[in-house]
Design a protein around this ligand. Structure first.
Ligand SMILES: Nc1ncnc2c1ncn2[C@@H]1O[C@H](COP(=O)(O)OP(=O)(O)OP(=O)(O)O)[C@@H](O)[C@H]1O
Length: 315
């Protein structure tokens, strides 16, 4: 695999003195879907804005397809499409004119057949003659995507692409992302919908307080950091956890009808068989049981958890 985007030692201190990014190193492979997760204000938009040339970094280096982002800006930028978080398309122009113009901005020759297909893929073809200002919010967002793709970029940045969009647009968006990936386009997205990252991403990066604290294959991350919970539905409710079960970290839930055991699924001895044996020995019967693997969301919340007064530092 070859890296299509290389970021090293990237930092940004805004004029206000706010340090929004510090020491960010990241290498993105061609054709992957990379999800950047982080709480509000973590620095995701700042990072994307630097790579897209909207914000100037305070330090560090970015190369896009081997082009140095500072020295060879036009070549680097023409490889990138950006769908920004905010819609700024209050335009008197028509959909067709806006999208065609965007392609020209990057010095690409006119290609009406390509633009037609793009507008059709985004269900915008019927609206091609409408002024942008007359469109609904969802349609405007589709236009932003069409603009970002108009010059056939190799890397597409989607900043919170599905925030506030309806189910249909969200579905279309993800179908589009899958289609682009099949054509070898690299996708980097930020999202607050962690289940989306869980479904779509190949790799996940977690950013908090301007630092990229983790970059990992999504499946490996879930396996490595994931915990499993075993829930036993008891035949008779318990008032308290019996002393004989003191070797396991257990909780009672469901008004005493459920016994919950959280364990490390990667550990050699999970403690599950011995727990079940001990329960049988002391006469606690259960009707049913199920296990649940922790989700990316559980892992994310654990990683970016802000310590409250009196708590230890965040991990
Ligand atoms: N132009 C600016 N001047 C000063 N501070 C800024 C500027 N732009 C962003 N910041 C600050 O930098 C930090 C990172 O902001 P950024 O928008 O990158 O975060 P984010 O992770 O994208 O957040 P969100 O999820 O809310 O979009 C925030 O504390 C923000 O207030």
């Amino acid at each position: 695999m070859t890296a299509v985007l290389e970021i090293s030692g990237l930092g940004k201190t805004y004029k206000s003195g706010h340090r929004a990014l510090a020491g960010v190193d990241l290498s993105i492979e061609k054709g992957e879907i990379f999800a950047l997760l982080g709480p509000n204000g973590a620095g995701k938009t700042t990072l994307i804005s630097i790579v897209c040339g909207i914000v100037t970094p305070s330090e560090g280096r970015v190369t896009v397809g081997g082009h140095d982002h500072a020295r060879d800006y036009r070549a680097a930028r023409s490889m990138i499409g950006l769908v920004p978080q905010e819609l700024h398309t209050d335009s008197f122009e028509t959909v067709m004119a806006t999208v065609t113009f965007s392609r020209g901005l990057f010095g690409k020759p006119r290609d009406p057949a390509f633009i037609e297909q793009l507008l059709k893929d985004l269900s915008l073809w019927d609206k091609r003659g409408s002024k942008i200002m007359e469109l609904s919010g969802g349609m405007k967002r589709r236009v932003m995507i069409a603009k970002a793709l108009s010059h056939e970029p190799e890397i597409l940045f989607l900043d919170e692409p599905t925030a506030g969009v309806d189910v249909e647009l969200r579905r279309d968006m993800w179908n589009m992302v899958r289609g682009l990936r099949e054509r070898g386009v690299t996708i980097i997205l930020t999202t607050h919908y962690i289940e989306e990252a869980e479904e779509m991403a190949d790799r996940v990066g977690v950013i908090t307080r301007g630092k990229l604290i983790l970059v990992e294959e999504k499946n490996a991350l879930i396996k490595k950091l994931g915990r499993k919970t075993l829930t036993l539905n008891l035949a008779e409710p318990l008032d308290a956890i019996p002393a004989e079960l003191g070797d396991w970290t257990l909780e009672l839930a469901g008004e005493g009808h459920e016994l919950v055991y959280e364990f490390d699924s990667q550990a050699e001895a999970t403690g599950v068989p011995s727990l079940l044996r001990r329960m049988t020995d002391i006469g606690i019967a259960f009707k049913d049981l199920h296990t649940r693997q922790s989700s990316l969301e559980d892992i994310f919340v654990g990683l970016v958890h802000e310590p409250k007064d009196g708590e230890g530092a965040a991990t």
